[in-house]
Design a protein around this ligand. Structure first.
Ligand code: PLP
Length: 407
């Protein structure tokens, strides 16, 4: 008899986006002529930068020629891309990350989801609330949690991200082994300072713990004092793995390219306390289960680091940040507190009522779709997430509608 992994039965169905879609569909049926403006999803809306498109085309042409055709590439990524990443994303910020510590992949979703298989099932995990659901669900699937009750899985140490701690939780009093952090944060849009991040690195070092740092939104950081990488903190290399993505940086959500940094020094332990290289383990996992990102896509990603690519990426991110500023300003004028939007594409608005009720009100009265905070965890109740991924015209119209509806 073929039996199932029963940990899957513990998963709460992900109702968030299907529930939103259902409510929109019912509204459209009732009011077929009303325009709906979507500020709910975390997907980009603008095309790839021109430099990436040119490199992408060239890469495709090379695949059409006997002399330049390429079959399987290195599983970890082509040296040209790993070199560019090391130089521009790390050396330029004083972080000593070398090309062989970079593993190119087809997404930070897969990497943040797959990394947990390197660790034993009886470790103690700390996960933020609210959270990007992948961290939690992949650990549920692997059997690292108990069942779900009152909005939480048993066995997880939840890091409450609240107004009181500026949506950047401090290390817990108790001892945990694996910690997920994401800054700039999805969904709250909050950031972390170097001092705060240093305290996490110290905690990890003192507790033989490991930090999984998701920096998928680092390109949105405009405040020069904020860290883009956890490796800007001294001694982080032994205790941190970092995830990056070209998805939000350069509009690669449909093109697919990302990378994970596993430093050579990064350690974990067996039951007898012997040290093991996570770099060697991730290399083994990656080369066993993954066959590399396509050559033209890696050439397109490399172009992000060319002078034209850098300028175009900056312009792309500024476009979304300008939208975010409009959202923040409008919500402040209407008397709503919010965070995010200045170094992040997400604005986390305190709505002072049930987040689904507020969602329904914005949809019905303003025709605007947001994401109810409660869908990201218990601490998201009373908040909504507004995303800046849309055109300035649509964002301005949405804000005018919200003003009219809420005044
Ligand atoms: N990490 C966070 C925090 C995200 O919000 C997302 C996508 O929304 C991802 C990772 C996934 O990125 P990718 O498109 O590279 O899979």
């Amino acid at each position: 008899m073929i039996t199932i992994n029963e940990h899957y039965l513990k998963l709460r169905a992900s109702y968030l986006f299907s529930d939103i879609a259902g409510r929109i569909a019912r509204f459209q049926e009732e009011y077929p002529d009303r325009e709906i403006i979507r500020l709910g999803i975390g997907d980009v809306t603008r095309p790839l930068p021109k430099a990436c498109i040119a490199a992408f085309h060239k890469g495709v042409d090379e695949m059409a020629d006997d002399a330049t055709f390429r079959g399987y590439g290195p599983e970890q990524g082509y040296p040209f891309l790993r070199q560019a990443i090391a130089e521009h994303d790390f050396h330029a910020r004083g972080a000593a990350i070398e090309p062989d510590e970079i593993f190119v992949s087809d997404g930070a979703k897969c990497d943040t989801g797959n990394i947990q298989e390197l660790f034993s099932t009886d470790i103690k995990i700390a996960i933020p609330d609210p959270v990007y659901p992948v961290y939690l669900d992949t650990n549920v699937m692997a059997g690292r949690t108990g069942s779900h009750a009152d909005g939480r899985y048993q066995g997880i140490v939840y890091l409450d991200s609240t107004k009181e701690n500026g949506f950047a939780p401090e290390p817990p009093k108790e001892k945990v082994d694996l910690i997920y952090l994401c800054f700039p944060n999805n969904p709250t849009g909050s950031t972390i300072t170097k001092d705060q991040l240093r305290r996490w690195v110290e905690y990890a070092r003192n507790n033989q713990a490991l930090i999984l740092f998701d920096a998928a939104y680092e390109a949105f950081i405009r405040d020069e004092s904020l860290p883009h990488s956890i490796y800007e903190i001294a001694d982080a290399k032994e205790v941190a793995i970092e995830f990056r993505s070209f998805s939000k940086t350069a509009g690669f959500t449909g093109t697919r390219c990302a990378y994970t940094v596993v430093p050579q020094e990064c350690l974990a332990y067996d039951k007898s306390g012997n040290r093991h290289s996570l770099h060697a383990m991730w290399n083994r996992r990656h080369t066993t289960k993954f066959n590399g990102v396509s050559y033209p896509v890696q050439r397109a990603a490399e172009a992000v680091y060319s002078p034209e690519g850098k300028a175009q990426v900056r312009e792309l991110i500024d476009y979304y940040l300008n939208n975010a500023a409009i959202v923040r300003k409008t919500m402040a004028e209407l008397g709503y507190d919010s965070v995010g939007g200045d170094n992040s594409p997400y604005i986390w608005v305190e709505c002072r009522k049930d987040s689904w009720d507020f969602f329904d009100m914005l949809l019905r009265k303003a025709g605007v779709v947001c994401t109810p905070g409660a869908g990201f965890g218990r601490c998201g109740q009373g908040y909504i997430r507004i995303s800046a991924f849309n055109s300035p015209e649509k964002v301005k119209k949405a804000m005018a509608n919200i003003k009219a509806a809420l005044r």
